[in-house]
Design a protein. Structure first.
Length: 252
């Protein structure tokens, strides 16, 4: 039920509606990070694979491409907005919180979901400016190659862009730290999603918690392996990535 408060110029929603909304948007975002992770891992298959994948995404019909982007953006906004409302609501219900009791009833992640969520949101903005819109490094937009092109035409060289981007130490380190925070956020969030939708029962709650943590760590490893391997390659610890594109672009 939604109640409109004209005098206060804002609307409030029932706690149940907010929890459902947060859970449903959470499911969308949980699925997205998994698909995005699989896309990122294409770089481990080589320059042709990741470039072809990225070009295929960019070549989607505009209604599909921008429709999906707007939908994801809406889910992020609604997820963050309902989280803020629920946090305020919980604080109002406990004017003098018992920290010991709260710690017993919630783990590290649940106590810091608001903090980790805020940092992750800030990271998403930085990540978009870094690799998607390339506002932070406009020169990335000039990287082109025919490798991975379906018709031999020049396309954006995502492979080289990622290598150049993650060869910057502080960016890779910050990326891994944010992926750890995402891991902790998901470890609690996935399990909480089932609880909010009424799909969690005592008989399998421990297995659900274990599955949530396992999924969170898969996401952490899947996202972190690229920046860590790029840094390891940079410092000669491994020899995995092709440096030909870096030499061609005079970026090695």
């Amino acid at each position: 039920m939604i109640t409109i408060l004209i005098s206060n110029k804002y609307f409030t929603m029932s706690s149940l509606f907010k929890k459902y909304l947060m859970a449903l948007t959470g499911i969308v975002l949980i699925g997205f990070v998994f698909v995005h992770m699989l896309g990122n891992l294409q770089i481990l298959l080589g320059q042709e694979s990741i470039n072809a994948y990225a070009h295929a995404l960019q070549s989607l019909p505009l209604p599909i491409l921008w429709g999906s982007r707007i939908f994801l953006f809406a889910c992020v906004v609604l997820h963050a907005f309902t989280a803020i409302l629920l946090i305020k609501e919980n604080r109002a219900a406990r004017p003098v919180p018992n920290e010991v009791e709260r710690t017993k009833r919630a783990g590290w992640s649940s106590l810091r979901m608001g903090l980790t969520g805020s940092i992750i949101l800030a990271f998403v903005v930085f990540h978009l400016l870094h690799f998607t819109t390339r506002n932070l490094y406009p020169e990335y937009g000039e990287l082109e190659t025919a490798t991975g092109s379906p018709d031999g035409e020049m396309i954006h060289d995502v492979y080289t862009m990622v290598l150049v981007g993650f060869r910057i130490d502080w960016i890779s380190i910050s990326y891994v730290i944010c992926m750890f925070l995402l891991c902790r956020h998901l470890a609690h969030g996935v399990s909480s999603t089932f609880q909010s939708l009424g799909l969690r029962s005592e008989s399998w709650s421990s297995k659900l918690d274990l599955a949530s943590k396992a999924y969170a760590w898969v996401i952490f490893v899947g996202f972190s392996i690229v920046p860590l391997s790029v840094l390891a390659d940079k410092y000669g610890l491994i020899s995995f990535y092709s440096h030909n594109s870096l030499k061609t672009a005079d970026l090695l």
